[in-house]
Design a protein around this ligand. Structure first.
Ligand SMILES: [Mg+2]
Ligand SMILES: [Zn+2]
Length: 195
């Protein structure tokens, strides 16, 4: 059985951006707005060296909410994968949820099982790649990431990313395994824990 790190994307790998129309920090709506956070590439390399398979698990409801096109969201993903693969960092798989329960695009407006904290993507990784979830970790900057990891039987790391503060510590009694400042710190934590 293999072990994995399930990575949230926005606020974990890349910066959130402030959009004036919603007056909120959000995921990039266009590919050229994608900026990785400091030392993310080194952290991912360290996790791969530590024998973790890497999976991206990301909620992207902006199209369902009418804020951008599906093509733009796919272009952001392509930009990310090209950036990483040109540095020989390969994700085993990326799982996106484009749904939202209160969207305005009917085809994507639904209650689904792939939207975090739903665990459908983690179960798919388990079944497709033989991942041992109990030896695996979920890393993210929101409470829903921690709920998702916990629901799937993974251990969890909550990142204290400043722009996500209003989406953190909202779920009473939620206990991440560790709480760290950055993905770099999380990679050091996970790889130094190797017996
Ligand atoms: Mg996030
Ligand atoms: Zn979904």
């Amino acid at each position: 059985m293999k072990r994995a790190v399930f990575l949230d994307r926005d606020g974990t790998l890349n910066a959130l951006l402030y959009y004036a129309d919603t007056q909120e920090y959000e995921s990039p709506r266009m590919a050229d707005a994608l900026t990785l956070l400091p030392a993310v590439e080194a952290a991912l390399r360290q996790l791969i060296s530590g024998d973790y398979s890497l999976f991206l698990v990301s909620n992207q409801p902006s199209y369902a909410k009418g804020k951008t096109s599906l093509e733009n969201l796919q272009a952001v993903h392509t930009r990310l994968v090209e950036h990483l693969s040109s540095r020989e960092i390969n994700l085993t798989e990326a799982y996106y949820c484009y749904h939202h329960p209160r969207g305005i695009i009917p085809a994507y407006t639904t209650v689904c099982t792939c939207r975090k904290p739903g665990i459908a993507s983690l179960l798919k990784a388990r079944d497709t790649y033989g991942i041992d979830l109990s030896e695996s970790w979920m890393i993210g900057d929101q409470d829903t990431d921690i709920q998702c990891g916990s629901n799937a039987g993974c251990q969890t790391i909550l990142l204290d990313y400043a722009p996500s503060a209003n989406k953190r510590d909202t779920v009473a009694g939620l206990q991440p395994t560790a709480r760290l400042a950055s993905l770099e710190a999380a990679a050091a934590y996970l790889t130094s824990a190797i017996p």
